[in-house]
Design a protein around this ligand. Structure first.
Ligand code: GAL
Length: 712
C-alpha cells in the first residue's frame, strides 16, 4: 500500500510541476481505489446516528463550549466542522491557524460528539484568487465567477489543485490520527451550483487533453463526432473549443456536448478523488472519507465517485419548488424525494448517509414556507427507513449575519432556545433509544419484499444526451424515471437504482427507462436476464442510439426490436395544448410528452393502443414472454404516470406477486427489521398494517406529516 501511496504522491508532485500530462495523471490517480468496505465504519444496532453542523469560525469563542455542550445535551451524537473555513485555517498564504479548530475538536471530544471534518475547498480564500485570478471558473457567457460566494474555483486549474493539495495535506496530518475525528467530508456539494459548467481556459485545455486521451488522433474524433457535417472537421485538437451554444449561430455538435458533459463529470470526480488520495496518505483507516452530493445533480456523476468509502447526499424539500401532494404538500415535499435519494445513493457502495437535512424553514427557496408540524421528524425517519447510517442536520445555530439569514437551525436566533424543528430532532433522538432496544440483528427480509424487489437502470450518458436533444419541450428524463419510481413505491416494491455493473439477476423486476444509448452487449444481457425468469420493462426512446449517440445504420431502434417483439417503431410528439389518448383495458389515458407508435410481431401481446390521431389503433404498450420471463415495452410518457402504474401493476399481477395499493403521498418502507408508514398527503391516512403487527411508535391512522413504525 505504501508503495502505491508514494507513487500517487509522485504523480501529484509531477502534476504540479507539469511533468506528466494531466490526463495520464488523472487516469492513474483514479485507477487506485481506496474505497474501504463501508459497513465496517458503522454498528448496525445504532440504526441511525444523528448529528448537527456547527461553525466555530462564525461565532464568538465564548459561545463554543455552551453551544457544543447544548448540542450534546440534546442528544446529538456527532457534529460537523470546517467545510467553508479555508480563510480561518489559512488567513494568509502559508500561515496556518488551527488553534481554533483544535479547541473546537477538543470541545466536541469533551462532550462525546464525534466530528466530521471537512476539506474547505469550495471556498478559496480571497488572497488566493487575488494572487491567481486564473483559478476562477468562467460561465457560459464568459463571465469570470468572483470571490464572494462559493464553488468559484475551476476543478481543472492545476494551480488550484496545488493549493488544494497543500491545505488538505496539512489538515490530514494534523487531524488524521485524532480519535475525535470520525470521518472526512471532501468539499461541499461539488457542483458549481447554477453555473454548472466551466468554460475557463483551464477547462478548455483540460477538455482538449481529455479528448486526446480518449480519441488518440484527430481523425478518430472527426469520425465519432460526425464532423463532415457542416464542415466541422478539425485538423488538430488545439482547434477545439468547449461547445457553447451562446457562442454558436446554430446548434452545437451533440457528440461534442456529450463528451463535454462526460469530461465535466470526470473533472469533478478527479477533484474529489484527488483529495481522498491525499487524505489517505495520513489518516487512520478507521476514519472514513466521503463527499456530500446534491441528489442526481446533472453535471456531477456520483457513480464516478464510487472509490470514496461511500457517498452521502443533502436534502431540502420544503422550499416552494416541490409542491408535494395536495393543498398542504408544499410544507412536506414529495413522498418520493427522500426515497429516491436513498435508493439512488445506497446501492452505489452499499452504505449511505444524509449529510444535510433541512432543519425547517430555509431562506433560498422560491418561497420559504414553514414545515407542517411533524415534517422534520417524518423526514428523519424516512432517512432511517432508507437504510442510511446517519443523518446530519444543517445547522445547529440560525445565522445572524451572512448569506443565510432566515435559515432555521436547531436553536433559535438567541442561540439557546430550541426551535420547532430542533424539538422534532430531540423527539426522534429520544424515540431512537427505544427503537435501538427493539432492534434484532437476525431479522430476515420479509418474503413479500424479496418477491417485489425492483431495480431501475440508470446511466448518465442517456440522460445527458436527451437533455441536449429532448426533441420536445415536454420531455424531462428525471420526471420520466420518477413516474416509474413512484409507481413502484405505490405498489410497495423496494427499489434500487443501479448502474450496469450490477447483477440484474438480483432483481425479479428491472426497469430501464428511456435507456437511449446502448450496445448489443447490453441487449443480450437483458435477453439472458429475461430468459432466466426476469421481468424487464423498457420504455420509450430506449436503444435509439449507440454509446456515442449515433443513430444505428439499421431500422430505428433495431437492436431492441426482436427483444420487445416489434417490427418497427416511429415516435410522435404533441403540443402542450393537445392531449393524445391511449386505451388500456376499460380506461383511457392522456399523453403528450412522448409516443412511440409500435408495429408488433404476431406473438407479442398489445396491452394498450392509441385511440386518436392518424395512428389510432396502433400499439403503445407491448408485452411478451421469453424463456421464463417477460418483456414489456411502454412507448408513451404521460404526465400523471397512471398508464405507467397500470402497466407495472399488471406485470406484477401476471407474475403472481402481491402488491400494495398505496394512495398518493403514502409510503410503506422497510429496513433493519422495522416497517415504516409515512403520510406526505394532506389528509389523515390509514396505513396497511397487518393485524398481527406490533406497533412500536404511532398508530394505524396517521395525520399528515406523521409516521408509524411497526414490527411483524
Ligand atoms: C446546502 C449547502 C449548505 C447550505 C444549505 C442551506 O445546499 O450545502 O452549505 O448552504 O444548503 O440550506
Amino acid at each position: 500500500m505504501s508503495q502505491i501511496l508514494n507513487q500517487i504522491h509522485f504523480f501529484f508532485i509531477c502534476a504540479v510541476k507539469k511533468i506528466i500530462p494531466t490526463a495520464l495523471i488523472l487516469a492513474s490517480l483514479i485507477s487506485v481505489s481506496f474505497a474501504q468496505k463501508a459497513e465496517k465504519f458503522f454498528d448496525k444496532k445504532d440504526l441511525l446516528l444523528v448529528g448537527s453542523y456547527y461553525y466555530p469560525e462564525q461565532w464568538p469563542e465564548a459561545n463554543w463550549e455552551r453551544d457544543i455542550k447544548n448540542m450534546s445535551g440534546l442528544g446529538f451524537e456527532f457534529t460537523h466542522f470546517g467545510e467553508f473555513a479555508w480563510s480561518a485555517m489559512e488567513p494568509e498564504e502559508g500561515k496556518y491557524d488551527f488553534e481554533w479548530l483544535d479547541k473546537a475538536v477538543a470541545l466536541a471530544a469533551k462532550y462525546k460528539l464525534k466530528v466530521v471534518l471537512c476539506t474547505p475547498t469550495p471556498t478559496p480564500p480571497a488572497w488566493l484568487t487575488e494572487k491567481h485570478p486564473d483559478v476562477l471558473m468562467v460561465n457560459a457567457e464568459g463571465r469570470t465567477i468572483q470571490h464572494g460566494a462559493r464553488q468559484q474555483a475551476s476543478w481543472s486549474s492545476k494551480t488550484y489543485r496545488a493549493y488544494v493539495d497543500k491545505i488538505v495535506t496539512v489538515l490530514a496530518k494534523r487531524y488524521g490520527t485524532n480519535k475525535a475525528v470520525w470521518g472526512w467530508q471532501i468539499d461541499n456539494e461539488p457542483s458549481h451550483y447554477g453555473t454548472s459548467y466551466d468554460y475557463s481556459e483551464n477547462a478548455q485545455q483540460a477538455y482538449r487533453e481529455w479528448l486526446k486521451n480518449k480519441y488518440k488522433d484527430i481523425g478518430t474524433l472527426n469520425k465519432v463526432w460526425g464532423n463532415a457535417f457542416w464542415s466541422q472537421t478539425y485538423n488538430n485538437f488545439e482547434q477545439i473549443h468547449i461547445p457553447n451554444v451562446l457562442e454558436l449561430v446554430a446548434q452545437a455538435n451533440p457528440h461534442a456536448v456529450l463528451d463535454f458533459k462526460r469530461f465535466t463529470a470526470d473533472e469533478a470526480a478527479h477533484f474529489i478523488l484527488l483529495q481522498q488520495n491525499i487524505l489517505r496518505k495520513y489518516i487512520q483507516p478507521a476514519q472514513w472519507v466521503t463527499t456530500n452530493l446534491m441528489p442526481t445533480y446533472s453535471p456531477v456523476d456520483p457513480l464516478r465517485m464510487k472509490d470514496l468509502d461511500f457517498l452521502t447526499y443533502t436534502k431540502y424539500l420544503a422550499e416552494g419548488y416541490d409542491m408535494g401532494h395536495g393543498e398542504q404538500g408544499f410544507r412536506m415535499g414529495s413522498a418520493n424525494s427522500i426515497g429516491f435519494s436513498n435508493d439512488f445513493f445506497r446501492p452505489i457502495n452499499g452504505v449511505t448517509g444524509v449529510m444535510e437535512l433541512q432543519p425547517g424553514q430555509v431562506n433560498w427557496g422560491l418561497f420559504n414556507p414553514q414545515t407542517m408540524p411533524g415534517t422534520v421528524r417524518m423526514w428523519i425517519y424516512h432517512v432511517m427507513a432508507g437504510g442510511n447510517k446517519f443523518v446530519c442536520n444543517y445547522r445547529f445555530r440560525e445565522p445572524l449575519s451572512g448569506g443565510e439569514q432566515y435559515h432555521y437551525g436547531i436553536m433559535k436566533t438567541d442561540g439557546v432556545t430550541v426551535s420547532r424543528s430542533g424539538d422534532e430532532y430531540v423527539k426522534v433522538i429520544k424515540e431512537l433509544k427505544d427503537l435501538r432496544k427493539a432492534y434484532q440483528p437476525e431479522t430476515a427480509i420479509p418474503s413479500s419484499l424479496v418477491k417485489r424487489k425492483s431495480a431501475i437502470l440508470y446511466n448518465p450518458d442517456s440522460r445527458w444526451e436527451m437533455e441536449y436533444q429532448p426533441q420536445s419541450n415536454q420531455w424531462d428524463y428525471m420526471a420520466h424515471v420518477n413516474r416509474y419510481y413512484k409507481a413502484l413505491k405505490s405498489l410497495g416494491a423496494p427499489v434500487d437504482v443501479i448502474d450496469e455493473t450490477k447483477d440484474f439477476a438480483a432483481y425479479p423486476f428491472l426497469i430501464a427507462p428511456a435507456f437511449q444509448l446502448l450496445d448489443h452487449q447490453l441487449v443480450s444481457r437483458w435477453k439472458t436476464y429475461v430468459e432466466n425468469g426476469g421481468n424487464l420493462v423498457l420504455t420509450c426512446r430506449t436503444g435509439q442510439k449507440d454509446r456515442e449517440a449515433h443513430l444505428w445504420e439499421a431500422l430505428f431502434q433495431q437492436p431492441i426490436l426482436d427483444l420487445i417483439g416489434a417490427k418497427e417503431i416511429y415516435f410522435d410528439l404533441l403540443p402542450v395544448s393537445l392531449m393524445g389518448k391511449i386505451n388500456m383495458g376499460q380506461t383511457n389515458y392522456d399523453w403528450n410528452n412522448w409516443g412511440d407508435v409500435i408495429d408488433p410481431i404476431s406473438e407479442a401481446d398489445v396491452w394498450a393502443t392509441y385511440s386518436d390521431q392518424f395512428y389510432k389503433g396502433k400499439a403503445a404498450v407491448l408485452h411478451r414472454k421469453l424463456g421464463k420471463g417477460t418483456i414489456t415495452y411502454v412507448g408513451a410518457d404521460t404526465d400523471n404516470g397512471q398508464l405507467e402504474k397500470t402497466v407495472l401493476r399488471k406485470i406484477f399481477n401476471q407474475a403472481s406477486v402481491p402488491t400494495l395499493s398505496l394512495p398518493e403521498g403514502v409510503l410503506v418502507e422497510y429496513s433493519n427489521g422495522f416497517w415504516y408508514g409515512f403520510n406526505y398527503s394532506s389528509q389523515n391516512q390509514e396505513i396497511p398494517i397487518p393485524t398481527n403487527a406490533k406497533i412500536l411508535l404511532g398508530q394505524k391512522t396517521i395525520k399528515p406529516a406523521d409516521v408509524v413504525i411497526w414490527k411483524e
